[in-house]
Design a protein around this ligand. Structure first.
Ligand code: SGN
Ligand code: CA
Length: 559
């Protein structure tokens, strides 16, 4: 069935190609250009097309106005480099091998940019990749080393070696992108461009022009800011991503280390050094603007800190977090606007597919958290807006269960390139062309691995349907969670042992096993990844958690 539909589409592409040829036959198929815009850790709660209670993002919203907003888009593994590996390969982490941020990407994997390049696409990548190796299949790339820096960032470039560029990272990545479109691209062949922002990743440092406005704004608190994690397995309580306890006063919230010393504020791990590392990158004039805004924050903090209760601290940190996080998004939105304006002014909107997404979602205080990793909605789901002006209907919403797993096959399909048989996603093309009925997936698979590590989110895999989530945590304790997504949208209650759900639970278990078979995941594979970790940990590689903590967990595991 799928194959037939695909043939029909390829057939119509061929007709399109034929009809595009001039009499002299000089013009080849008008294959669409692809622009893949991705930010790092951009929560859908912080895009006004989804929710305008925190920030207005008029430019990102333009993409939804021209096309589709997906309300159920998700990732297969909610962490940076694994998400990028899944996007490029069209395969789950256990198949492409990039299960976490630490082990390098296996460059023998076939990626969709390589296939598009082979098929005659011009390819370019600018911004954050985070692989530990350079991307294959690109005519041009300028990427940030590792996480990259917000101010005066370094870049690894394909032709100029390592360079440092003065300015603000979101503006610079856009300058590079526009320069490539304007000067390097030829206008004959289609292109595939990956425009990848570092923002709004931690430590959330906004552009100078937004400091004054955003450091004085106040934002509404989520209703679960003071979640006590009762009603679920131990995994939620064990996680170290609490705004109150794990967010740094200095490195994250920009309290000056000297002020912390003066007040006797206790440091969260590496907090002051993270602040210093960011601060020392600023030029004197950048520092002046930074200090102008943050000295006011620090003055106010000096007055209020001595009498703050834990509840006050949580509230204060949440506000500081939102000011900085959303401040960085303001620049992303402005720069997306610059790109869209360029496309419009250069008649490029018509035959270009524009995608806006994030490598995963993010907690903006829900459950008292920042960061991601869990299969709970805020980090499992990711924003996805797609437009193909003239082809997609404008302003529609889709609740289809699409994933980052699907991009590779979607882009290959759009370009009329056959996808390798071992890719594991589905082309989203039917959803873009109003053929929703041809989209049949009703459950997705998730598997997170990076544990024990920074933020201490337990290893888990899960099946997610529109109604339920069945989650299995493993490594030390084997524990299950069943979430009723319709009755409990905030995901506060595990009903796994509730007799009322016995039937649902049995059904989900069976479905989960089928999905694991389909995607070729199993306990032997998980065990291999665990064994590799345990061996490396015994050699002192500990991936961001404290040594004592890792030892304690491994000991618990051995019991
Ligand atoms: C850094 C951050 C973490 C974050 C990881 C992964 N700590 O280590 O908070 O979870 O990146 O993020 S920081 O102190 O260095 O800011 S990811 O998006 O790259 O997966
Ligand atoms: Ca990320």
């Amino acid at each position: 069935m799928k194959h037939t539909l695909k043939s029909i589409f390829l057939g119509s592409l061929a007709v399109l190609a034929f009809s595009c040829k001039t009499e002299e036959g000089e013009k080849t198929a008008e294959r669409p250009n692809i622009i893949f815009i991705m930010s790092d850790d951009h929560a859908y709660q912080a895009i006004s097309a989804y929710d305008n209670s925190l920030i207005e993002t008029p430019n990102i919203d333009r993409i939804a106005d021209m096309g589709i907003l997906f309300t159920n888009a998700s990732v297969t593994n909610s962490i940076c480099a694994p998400s990028r590996a899944t996007i490029l390969t069209g395969k789950h982490s256990h198949i492409n091998g990039k299960i976490d941020n630490h082990y390098p990407f296996d460059t023998t994997n076939v990626t969709f940019p390589q296939l598009l390049q082979d098929a005659g696409y011009q390819t370019a990548m600018f911004g954050k990749l985070h692989f530990g190796n350079n991307p294959k299949g690109f005519d041009q790339f300028k990427i940030l080393p590792g996480q990259g820096s917000y101010y005066n960032p370094d870049f690894i470039t394909k032709y100029e070696g390592e360079i440092q560029v003065e300015g603000y990272v979101t503006d610079i990545v856009t300058d590079m992108t526009l320069e490539w479109l304007e000067k390097e691209r030829n206008t004959e062949d289609p292109f595939m461009l990956m425009y990848l922002h570092k923002a709004p990743h931690r430590s959330w440092i906004m552009a100078e022009r937004h400091l004054e406005e955003f450091t004085t704004r106040t934002f509404p608190e989520p209703t679960t800011l003071f979640d006590d994690y009762s009603g679920r397995t131990h995994a939620a309580a064990e996680a170290e991503m609490s705004i109150l306890n794990d967010m740094g006063w200095a490195g994250d919230n920009k309290v000056y280390p000297a002020v912390m010393d003066e007040l006797g504020v206790e440091e969260v791990r590496y907090d002051k050094i993270r602040f210093e590392n960011d601060y020392k990158r600023l030029t004197p004039s950048q520092r002046e603007n930074y200090d102008r805004a943050y000295s006011k924050v620090n003055e106010e903090f000096k007055k209020s800190y001595p009498s703050m209760t834990d509840e006050d601290k949580m509230k204060w940190k949440y506000q500081r977090y939102m000011q900085d996080y959303l401040g960085t998004i303001k620049s992303v939105d402005e720069n997306v606007g610059r790109l869209l304006d360029y496309l419009e002014a250069n008649d490029l909107l018509e035959n270009t597919i524009i995608v806006y997404t994030s490598d995963q979602g993010f907690y903006l205080g829900e459950h008292g958290w920042f960061d991601k990793r869990f299969v709970y909605d805020e980090s499992f789901k990711t924003p996805l807006l797609m437009a193909w002006p003239g082809k997609t209907k404008a302003g529609i919403r889709s609740d289809a269960m699409v994933q980052n797993l699907d991009f590779a096959q979607t882009f290959l399909d759009l370009a009329g390139v056959e996808a390798p048989a071992d890719m594991q996603g589905e082309s989203m093309l039917p959803l873009l062309t109003g053929n929703e009925d041809q989209w049949i997936r009703d459950a997705v698979y998730y598997h997170y691995y990076e544990y024990p590590a920074e933020h201490m989110v337990n290893r888990h895999y899960a099946i997610v349907t529109k109604e339920y989530k069945l989650i299995h945590y493993y490594f030390v304790e084997d524990e299950w969670e069943l979430i009723d997504r319709e009755k409990d949208p905030k995901e506060l209650k595990n009903v796994y042992n509730d007799p009322e759900y016995a039937e649902v639970r049995a059904e989900l278990h069976a479905q989960l096993e089928k999905l694991r078979e389909k995607y070729k995941d199993n306990s032997e594979l998980s065990q291999q990844f665990v064994d590799r970790f345990v061996e490396d940990a015994s050699e002192g590689k500990i991936f961001g958690a404290s040594k004592e903590k890792v030892e304690e967990i491994l000991e618990r595991r051995n019991k």
